[in-house]
Design a protein around this ligand. Structure first.
Ligand SMILES: [Zn+2]
Length: 148
């Protein structure tokens, strides 16, 4: 099985900050690697699951907490109006369930609001929010998260 997310889950002890914003026994949060937007987060289960219906009750129980805490941290750091939370897992190699948690900034153009924000994902390397910036933002988010 060629799963980008599982490969990184297996390396959890040696991941860079951008791939390990935070984690617990069920979930890991990473910064999206190919987004033009700062703070585009991806929340993934620690085991290979391709349908939300296959999450355990324990995984489901902390899912909401993760989505809300990540949203709070993004708001505190970025000043976003709200976050978008989206799950498709349709792209080849990315069937592993993953929730996009995306800061919706006050000045996001009208034509990019809602699903069209995905125009900022999968962009060419030169247009991406850079890896070093991702690492810095991930570190700041980690400090902001209430992990208690
Ligand atoms: Zn997987």
């Amino acid at each position: 099985m060629d799963c980008y997310t599982c490969r990184n889950n297996e390396l959890i002890d040696s991941l860079p900050a951008r791939e390990l914003v935070a984690a617990d026994e069920h979930w890991r949060c990473a910064h999206a690697f190919d987004s033009a937007l700062p703070g585009w987060l991806i929340l993934v289960p620690r085991r290979h699951v391709t349908s939300i219906a296959d999450l355990t009750d324990a995984e489901a129980a902390s899912l909401g907490t993760w989505q809300v805490r990540l949203s709070r941290a993004l708001r505190a750091l970025s000043g976003c109006t709200k976050t978008y939370v989206v799950q498709f897992a349709e792209q080849e190699g990315f069937a592993h369930v993953h929730f996009h948690v995306v800061p919706r900034m006050p000045d996001l153009p009208d034509e990019r609001r809602g699903p069209r924000i995905f125009g900022y994902l999968g962009v060419p390397e030169d247009d991406r929010f850079g890896e070093q910036q991702q690492d810095e933002l991930a570190t700041a988010l980690r400090a902001q998260l209430d992990l208690g």
